[in-house]
Design a protein around this ligand. Structure first.
Ligand code: IPD
Length: 309
């Protein structure tokens, strides 16, 4: 029911704040301890030398999991660290209420003390991400959305913040856009795993679209934040016009998808369109590895006047 959903939303926002504080405290400890600065990173390699986990990822996930299971014992829980230590990825996204958590998205950023890291809390029902909370404590930014309640920055600023200057993809060419894409973690040199090739085609697309206008270079910039969920939040904000990544898991995107969709943006499981006039736009399917997000063109109309911090 509506009131149950609102209660879950409030709980998720509070959980995001508490977990964000844990991330901030842990990051400050790392900064304060001069001896344990960048050289001494307490991380462990997972599937390869760029797939990393820290104690902080594990502590924050354990905290979030305990809070959720004591408050909502019947809900399912999918957390990055519960599934990435060699265990089979045997979870299912189905009709059941399911929490989908990345305790620390942007782990590499956290290790290097680049401030783009956050906790990402998604709530999925009937296979759709309907609540999202992203708390980035170093940035003082908390994004939140619940289906029918609008998408918000710090509970007060409605998303998107930047409205309408550019027609949305794919109807029109994105003159003056900022694109974002991520390198992911796959470094295998196989056709499907070669990130360099994927990024190259994405960047080429940016260049090509500029070129269509005869002057070239009309895309303002290409960025790579190192946090897929923050990419989605920044698309919802309107700071990024397009984001694409070819290697995400559900916990990287569940919260961001809820926020972007509630802000009126579009997310699809597609490759970037090389011809922007006929890009396939299908409904996003959680469980895909590949996502393309397009920012909202203007203020969303779904909000019913209730904010959440
Ligand atoms: C990663 C980040 C990164 C993205 C990877 C993710 P993590 O998550 O979001 O930007 O490229 O696909 O796995 O490991 O920092 O939680």
């Amino acid at each position: 029911s509506r009131s149950e959903l609102d209660e879950i939303y409030d709980f998720a926002v509070q959980l995001g704040q508490d977990a964000g504080q844990m991330l901030l405290d842990a990051a400050k400890l790392r900064m304060g301890d001069g001896a344990a600065s960048k050289e001494q990173k307490e991380h462990i390699e997972k599937e390869n030398a760029v797939d990393l986990v820290t104690e902080t990822d594990e502590d924050v996930e354990a905290y979030i999991k305990s809070q959720i299971t004591s408050r909502y014992p019947s809900h399912k829980f999918i957390g990055e660290e519960s599934y990435s230590k060699g265990s089979s990825r045997d979870y299912l996204i189905d009709d059941e209420p399911t929490w989908c958590i990345d305790p620390l998205d942007g782990t590499v950023n956290y290790i290097h003390l680049f401030p783009m890291f956050c906790v990402s809390i998604g709530f999925i029902h009937k296979s759709k991400a309907i609540i999202g909370v992203i708390n980035a404590p170093f940035l003082n930014q908390s994004f939140s959305a619940c289906s029918g309640r609008g998408a918000w920055l710090n509970g007060t600023q409605k998303l998107p913040l930047i409205r309408n200057p550019i027609p949305p993809m794919p109807e029109n060419a994105p003159k003056g856009c900022v694109f974002s894409c991520e390198w992911g973690k796959d470094r295998r040199d196989v056709p499907d795993g070669n990130m360099h090739r994927k990024i190259e085609s994405f960047v080429n697309m940016a260049a090509e679209i500029g070129g269509r206008h005869g002057r070239g270079g009309m895309v303002h910039g290409v960025r790579s934040l190192g946090s897929a969920t923050l990419d989605l939040a920044y698309v919802a904000m309107g700071a990024f016009d397009i984001w694409w990544e070819g290697g995400c898991w559900e916990w990287d995107v569940a919260a961001g998808i809820a926020i972007l969709q509630e802000a009126g943006g579009l997310v699809t499981t597609a490759n970037p369109p090389t011809n922007h006039t006929n890009a396939p736009i299908e409904d996003v399917r959680l469980g895909s590895r590949l996502y393309l997000a397009i920012r909202p063109a203007g203020p969303s109309s779904t909000e019913t006047g209730r904010k959440s911090q």
